[in-house]
Design a protein around this ligand. Structure first.
Ligand SMILES: [Zn+2]
Length: 266
């Protein structure tokens, strides 16, 4: 979403998890290159501005094929990339009207407007609508590709990002339970403490290792998250969005009622 806005081309994008509950702390993160000191972090965040002449929108095209080595190496003080969760889970991703069960994606909104076709009142405008309003380019124009877990732009020099689903959420879906149940927490602790932490389990650990220690279905779920094979039902007008690995409508309804702390934009 940020990549579509030219004004942000020479700004660093960092990602910080909402810290309203302990298990959510660190579920989104920024990977910094360089020194982990105050100056190192400062330099990393200021990097695009220090190199503004290289990454300004007007020069993006020229440097595409001749990216300076210090823009691709990780040794410099700069943001290397971010870890993100799916913004569709937020309560106001799409435009809609909860009581009338009306939900419009950006294209539908452009065609139909923001008046509720059921009750005639104004729809609650979502995040994507606002992004569309202030964007200078479409998603297609970014030339987004996915390499392993990294999501990159082929046309703009931007630090890539990874999209993840929290491990607790994956385990809960496998067990048809909630992320706060004891059974799910025990499995989470087993995986995270034996295999080097949640982010490593989600991004790097061999699926065979996960299956050996845990459960075949959990390994399968992590594989699906890594490949982006998910069913995403964006939130709207205060209704949480749902990101599911398997196509199970029943547990989808359960999740809506039982896990009210997953929004990213509330
Ligand atoms: Zn309505």
């Amino acid at each position: 979403m940020n990549w579509r806005i030219a004004e942000l081309d020479n700004r660093s994008i960092i990602s910080c998890s909402d810290a309203h509950s302990l298990p959510n702390l660190g579920r989104e993160a920024t990977v910094f290159g360089g020194e982990l000191t105050y100056d190192g972090l400062w330099n990393a965040i200021a990097y695009p501005m220090r190199h503004a002449e290289l990454v300004s929108a007007s020069q993006q095209k020229e440097i595409l094929n001749q990216v300076p080595p210090d823009l691709i190496g990780v040794q410099d003080d700069k943001v290397v990339g971010t870890i993100e969760f799916y913004p569709e889970e937020g309560k106001y991703h799409y435009t809609g009207h909860r009581n009338c069960e009306v939900k419009l994606n950006s294209e539908e909104e452009r065609a139909k407007g923001t008046t509720c076709p059921v009750c005639g009142k104004g729809l609650t405008v979502g995040v994507m609508s606002r992004v569309g309003e202030i964007a200078n380019r479409t998603e297609e124009e970014l030339g987004i590709i996915k390499q392993d877990l990294l999501i990159k732009s082929q046309k703009f020099v931007r630090p890539p990002y990874k999209m993840l689903v929290p491990l607790l959420q994956i385990i809960a879906e496998v067990f048809s339970s909630t992320p706060t149940s004891q059974k799910v927490l025990n499995e989470y602790k087993k995986l995270a403490s034996n295999l080097g932490g949640e982010i490593k389990v989600l991004t790097k650990v061999d699926l065979v290792e996960i299956e050996k220690l845990s459960d075949k279905k959990i390994a399968e779920g992590i594989g699906k998250v890594r490949r982006g094979e998910l069913r995403i039902d964006p939130g709207y007008d205060g209704v949480y969005g749902v990101v599911k690995i398997w196509n199970d409508v029943k547990s989808l309804e359960e999740k809506k009622e039982q896990t009210p702390q997953l929004g990213l934009f509330d």
